[in-house]
Design a protein around this ligand. Structure first.
Ligand code: IPE
Ligand code: IPE
Ligand code: MG
Length: 260
């Protein structure tokens, strides 16, 4: 087997985002601008997926979560859904070599049983094949909806309480987290949305509470390595405070004691 390409971290002015999540939006608009059918944009979007996955893996990003299909996307015309599902299936087969080469572990996130049998089968095969890889975790959010995830968690919490397996007085943030689809993967640090929309569209509502948001006007098919690097450099310049007073603690204490 060929050795995995060396991990090369970019030089940054600040921290590196260990977990990047992306709302890959604007495939349709990108195609419409070129007077092409929407599927043309979805196909070009697959190229961006390939490039961003490879580039993240080679930079040593720990987790990459791509919003590929939402629970609400089932409302789209049947023809578009089946084109998307076919592209998903082809991607899962074609990219296996690339995933293996880069040590990527792939995993589905969402109501995966909603997927057509053929796509689900290829997803499971790819998960199994890449399951022992110790490089980047690539989570594909498929038939994913954050509200559904939270409702399913609430239902399971209620069942566990009813069975006496869970004490309601002990439920806290971490308890609820343990009922989510993938409780062990740390929260995203950087959440990118392409095509300019300033909304989350039901993506990782719980997990993105403190993610740094980055919205670009570029459509997903135009989002390649250079745009990814731009977003990572922008992230490195952010000051994350998580509600605290990072770097200001002494100043505040000083003012307080001077006034006393
Ligand atoms: C993102 O592109 C792909 C999916 C949601 C599956 P869109 O298909 O939403 O493209 P726009 O937003 O219509 O341009
Ligand atoms: C969000 O994009 C879902 C995915 C990228 C898979 P949408 O295009 O579905 O979101 P809205 O409809 O603009 O909110
Ligand atoms: Mg869209």
């Amino acid at each position: 087997m060929t050795p995995r390409p060396e991990i090369v971290r970019p030089e940054l002015d600040g921290p590196f985002p260990e977990h990047i999540a992306v709302v890959m939006d604007g495939n349709g608009r990108w195609a419409e601008k070129r007077s092409q059918p929407r599927v043309f944009g979805h196909r070009a979007g697959v190229e961006s997926v390939r490039e961003v996955v490879t580039s993240c893996a080679r930079m040593g990003v720990q987790s990459l979560t791509l919003y590929a299909f939402s629970v609400e996307n089932w409302k789209r015309p049947e023809a578009e859904i089946s084109q998307l599902m076919r592209l998903l299936k082809v991607f899962l087969v074609r990219e296996r070599r690339l995933l293996m080469k880069n040590g990527v572990r792939l995993s589905g996130l969402g109501r995966l049983d909603d997927l057509p049998a053929a796509a689900l089968e290829e997803l499971r095969k790819t998960e199994e094949l890449t399951g022992d890889n110790d490089g980047m975790l690539l989570r594909l959010a498929l038939s994913y909806g954050s509200r559904t995830e939270l409702a399913e968690a609430a239902r399971q919490v209620a069942l566990d309480v009813r069975e006496g397996a869970l004490d309601p007085d002990r439920i806290d943030d971490e308890t609820l987290r343990s009922y989510l689809y993938d409780p062990l993967t740390p929260d995203p640090d950087l959440l990118i949305r392409t095509a300019g929309e300033m909304r989350l569209s039901n993506f990782l509502l719980w997990q993105a509470s403190y993610a740094e948001l980055y919205v670009t006007e570029r459509c997903w098919p135009e989002f390649r390595e250079a745009e990814l690097m731009e977003s990572i450099h922008a992230y490195a310049k952010r000051r994350r405070k998580f509600g605290g007073l990072v770097g200001k603690v002494r100043e505040v204490v000083g003012e307080d004691s001077a006034g006393a």
